[in-house]
Design a protein around this ligand. Structure first.
Ligand code: GCO
Length: 462
């Protein structure tokens, strides 16, 4: 049932969660400290030409040592919820049967610091930093990966679930499979056949389902569980009904030669089967699996996390097909060259909520900007403020129309290591000087604090 009430008008629903997002590998640093083992990203960063400017995340934001300062800054900007991820290779030791106590102790201290500051931790179990030693044993292609992930998830739930209630199992399988195992331009940097990518994807879905079962069975406090895939969001060229249906079809489509889509992943999780379009598109490359697999994969979730940054406009064709609409010359784009299309936060949640019938949480949205400290020492980022303003208004439109959106997490809290792009793309509300480690709140941090404080009403007064 959508939460549309009097509070929604000119604000956001009661209980709507405002937050910020990061991930372990992108902010922690300390990659060889206190027993942390190598991840596939540590190895990938050593590969000549793999990461822009040869950047690595060995230090990045040094959050491992500065986490108290970061939590204090979140508190200063009245952030109610913080989406973080746990580093699998920091808490699991491949050789010993015991987890790495120093790694677990770091997350213990971080969660305690957040709770003491009144900040709700939303914990992602897997945000791409797969243990190198497990990759050497076959990685996601080895069916044993489900047991490896289960052992890791059990360890984290056992340690943190007396304080953590908000869980996200896996972040963006489409990214680490398509870019990391298909194109090879992200870690682990391999180029598997389509069939092998789909087999690995099936194992990721099984691992997701196993983690859901572990959380449901062993969490010490009643948990809310979701997952955070990513895919393409298409918007209609005009709001003409035919173009709307074309945009819905395009958003839910499966391309025959890659894994960059929504439904091959979320249909099993929410509907208990692979999409017909995908089975047709992939043909013989589709995995063979036991029917019981889908019961595990489709373990009920409390929310669907959506990471949405932009939209691709499409229009319907006379023959019922759809085609991409080319953007006007000079269309506004972010520093990642992603078009500024705020309608992505209207159509994306709408299409997914209508297909799956579950509450939505925007687990990532934001923009890369070329930020730097101005002569006055402050970091002015009017583009990010305008981007945020537009996107939150678009999200609000869907909520008022009945889409059950429960929260919004800005990507990102602070500038961080943007994977193969290194430090070139700054997504944070907080500027990070990667040489000194100095944090500087950007203008957008104060602007977002006002949105949080007014529960969204400030969006309608400017
Ligand atoms: C993703 C990842 C984040 C990225 C962010 C900007 O969505 O790709 O979850 O780690 O840093 O999206 O690209």
């Amino acid at each position: 049932m959508a939460i549309v009430s009097s509070e929604t008008a000119g604000g956001f629903p009661k209980g709507f969660v405002w937050g910020v997002s990061t991930s372990a590998y992108q902010i922690e640093g300390a990659t060889r400290e206190d027993g942390r083992e190598a991840s596939v990203w540590d190895t990938f960063c050593q590969r000549e030409g793999a990461v822009l400017s040869g950047d690595t995340a060995d230090v990045t934001c040094d959050h491992y040592h500065r986490f108290r300062e970061d939590v204090k800054l979140m508190s200063e900007f009245q952030v109610p919820a913080y989406r973080l991820s746990i580093s699998w290779p920091r808490v699991m030791s491949t050789d010993s049967s015991q987890p790495n106590e120093l790694g677990l102790a770091f997350y213990d201290a971080l969660i305690d610091e957040l709770l003491a500051a009144g900040i709700s931790p939303w914990v992602t179990l897997f945000h791409w930093d797969f243990p190198q030693s497990r990759h050497d044993q076959g990685g996601w292609l080895n069916p044993r990966c489900v047991d490896w992930f289960a052992e890791y998830a059990s360890t984290v739930v056992e340690r943190l679930s007396d304080r953590v209630t908000q869980w996200i199992t896996v972040n963006e399988p489409q990214c680490f499979l398509h870019f990391g195992h298909g194109l090879g331009i992200n870690a682990p940097g391999v180029k598997l056949s389509l069939a092998d990518q789909l087999t690995a994807a099936h194992h990721v879905l099984l691992a997701h389902g196993r983690a859901v079962a572990i959380i449901r069975e062993h969490a010490k406090l009643p948990p809310q569980v979701g997952w955070a895939p990513v895919g393409i969001t298409c918007s209609p060229a005009t709001e003409d009904r035919a173009h709307q249906e074309a945009a819905r079809r395009a958003t839910m489509d499966v391309k025959a030669d890659n894994l960059w889509n929504n439904t091959w992943f979320s249909d099993p999780v929410f509907l208990g089967h692979y999409p017909e379009e995908g089975l047709r598109a992939y043909g013989k490359a589709a995995p063979k699996y036991a029917a019981s697999d889908m019961q595990h994969i489709a373990a009920p979730l409390d929310f669907l996390g959506l990471n949405i940054y932009t939209a691709m406009p499409v229009e319907s064709q006379a023959d019922g097909s759809w085609s991409e609409v080319s953007l006007a010359p000079g269309t506004a784009r972010t520093a990642f060259d992603w078009p500024v299309r705020e309608e992505c936060l209207y159509w994306g949640p709408k299409f997914h909520a209508e297909r799956y019938g579950v509450p939505i949480v925007i687990t990532e949205n934001g923009m890369a900007n070329i930020d730097w400290p101005a002569r006055d020492g402050r970091v002015h980022d009017p583009q990010r403020i305008d981007y945020l303003h537009r996107h939150l208004l678009a999200l609000h439109r869907g909520i008022v129309e009945g889409v059950d959106v429960r929260g919004y997490f800005h990507w990102s809290w602070m500038d961080n290591f943007e994977w193969a792009e290194g430090f070139r793309r700054r997504f944070g509300l907080i500027y990070v000087d990667f040489e000194s480690g100095l944090r500087r709140p950007k203008d957008s941090a104060a602007w977002y604090r006002e949105v949080i404080r007014s529960h969204g009403r400030s969006l309608f007064t400017e």
